[in-house]
Design a protein around this ligand. Structure first.
Ligand SMILES: Cc1ncc(COP(=O)(O)O)c(C=O)c1O
Length: 470
């Protein structure tokens, strides 16, 4: 008689044995298809073809009445879904601030998908990796060692979390308890931002109950950083200041060292939106760009941008962990009591274990690999700007980090070049408006990008420009 396999020993019921075998086969098949996608996507246009997009109509059908084998569902996803993706993981996508997926993090995501853990829901591994990854991030960014960090869905949520912690702490200093009394009738907060504040921070303010009428805007300089000499010096203990590490168009950071100490001495709170720019702090040659950022009270950053983690992954970090805890605590009798659980350090209660991928990326790159990722991206951004300028394009702002802003003559021509580049397929760049002018915005944020990718992208962009002039 044949000996039982380990699987057969565990699953004595034939139905459960068959289901488990099917599940293992599916995971293996999904990984095989993911590998084939990676192999094929490298040779595909960055933007999907019109035919591939048209093929998505296969998905638009009524909710099926009856079940269907999962293997067929996976095959259909791959057949119609994979070709209709924008290729963001092969180094020639420079749109938005889209970092590709780090190989270790991408592989960890497959494993974490099988684990299906909820940090804070009695998962020792998710809680441990969340805690370790958060501590590593705080350390890599040079922020105060005893600051408290937690993962969330992205910089917008991270900004919202930091702003709510700030709001509640400032109002508490004025004797107002938001948890008990809400916001109606609360003392008025003074909120100061730079003219170049990101839309995400404004959205977060609105969601936190702080409307436009409360917001003062301070002028910015030629690269979009706050002009420190124009910053108010009469702030008080009811002042919330939002600064920025990494202007979304230029990559420039606000002058933290000049602004933060005075605000904090006068009792105010400084929150920094560092969705991508905060990572300059992890690179010795770029750290000066964000000098003084560690003096703030709270910070928001993204994992899914420059850290090359899969979507979605944001991180909020707060100097006064107790203030964060007071704003976010959500304990219930059925939940294990744990002040460090993500639900007590952020907005969500249940969430995926984002720390697994962050841990894998940081464990794989280490401090020097992280610095190399950031420095290499910036070097390639400078190279791209130089090559485009040599080709006759106008670089609209000095390249201080990983963002390149380019114009090709008048607004209509620049818009036509961006459309042509997106359709041509060698590379992909986003449109933006900078100081009233239309611009192409190239963000170098993927560790996969090589100097060959930059050369190919520049040649394609200049070629598209040339064709718009014919
Ligand atoms: C400076 C800045 N803040 C916030 C965000 C929003 O980040 P997310 O899309 O992860 O919420 C971005 C996105 O580009 C950004 O550049």
């Amino acid at each position: 008689m044949n000996a039982l396999t380990p699987l057969e020993r565990v699953h004595t019921n034939p139905t459960s044995l068959a289901r488990t075998r099917e599940r293992i086969g599916l995971i293996t098949e999904a990984a095989r298809r993911a590998g084939a996608y990676v192999a094929g996507a490298a040779h595909r246009p960055v933007a999907p073809t019109a035919d591939a997009v048209a093929g998505l109509s296969a998905f638009r059908r009524p909710l099926p009445d009856a079940p269907r084998p999962a293997r067929e569902v996976l095959a259909e996803l791959d057949a119609f879904g994979s070709p209709a993706t924008t290729v963001v993981t092969h180094g020639r996508h420079f749109g938005f601030v889209t970092g590709g997926t780090d190989p270790a993090a991408g592989a960890a995501a497959i494993l974490a998908g099988a684990w299906d853990q909820n940090p804070g829901g009695a998962s020792p591994v998710a809680e441990t990796l969340d805690a370790v990854a958060c501590a590593w991030i705080v350390e890599a960014l040079g922020l105060p060692r005893d600051a408290v960090a937690s993962f969330n869905g992205g910089a917008t949520i991270a900004n919202l979390t930091g702003i709510i912690a700030a709001r509640d702490a400032l109002l508490a200093r004025a004797g107002w308890d938001v948890a008990r009394d809400g916001l109606a009738g609360a003392p008025r907060l003074r909120v100061i931002v730079g003219e170049e504040v990101h839309i995400s921070a404004l959205k977060a303010l609105r969601l936190a109950g702080i409307g436009e009428a409360h917001i003062e805007r301070v002028p910015t300089d030629g690269v979009g950083a706050i002009d420190a000499s124009a910053f108010p010096t009469d702030t008080d203990h009811l002042t919330l200041v939002l600064l920025q590490a990494g202007n979304v168009n230029t990559g420039a950071s606000d002058p933290f060292a000049a602004i933060i100490p005075g605000i904090r001495e006068r009792g105010g709170w400084v929150h920094v939106d560092g969705a991508f720019g905060l990572w300059a702090a992890a690179a010795p040659t770029l750290r000066d760009q964000v000098a003084g950022v560690a003096l703030a009270d709270s910070w928001a950053t993204d994992g899914h941008k420059w850290l090359n983690l899969p979507y979605d992954s944001g991180i909020v970090i707060v100097r006064d962990g107790e203030a964060l805890g007071r704003a976010m605590t959500s304990d219930a009798a059925y939940l294990p009591p744990d002040p460090s659980a993500p639900r007590n350090r952020g907005i969500q209660i249940s969430q995926r274990a984002r720390g697994v991928e962050a841990w894998a990326m940081l464990a794989s790159h280490g401090r020097s690999g992280l610095a190399e990722l950031v420095e290499h991206s910036c070097a390639l951004a400078r190279r791209m700007a130089d090559a485009l300028a040599t080709g006759g394009a106008e670089i609209l702002a000095p390249v201080v980090l990983n963002q390149v802003l380019v114009a090709f003559g008048d607004d209509a021509t620049t818009a036509a070049v961006i459309d042509a580049v997106q359709a041509e397929g060698t590379t992909w760049a986003s449109p933006t408006v900078w100081r009233g002018r239309r611009a192409m915005r190239l963000s170098v944020s993927d560790a996969a990008t090589t100097s060959d990718d930059v050369a190919a992208a520049v040649a394609a962009i200049l070629g598209c420009w040339e064709r718009t002039r014919l």
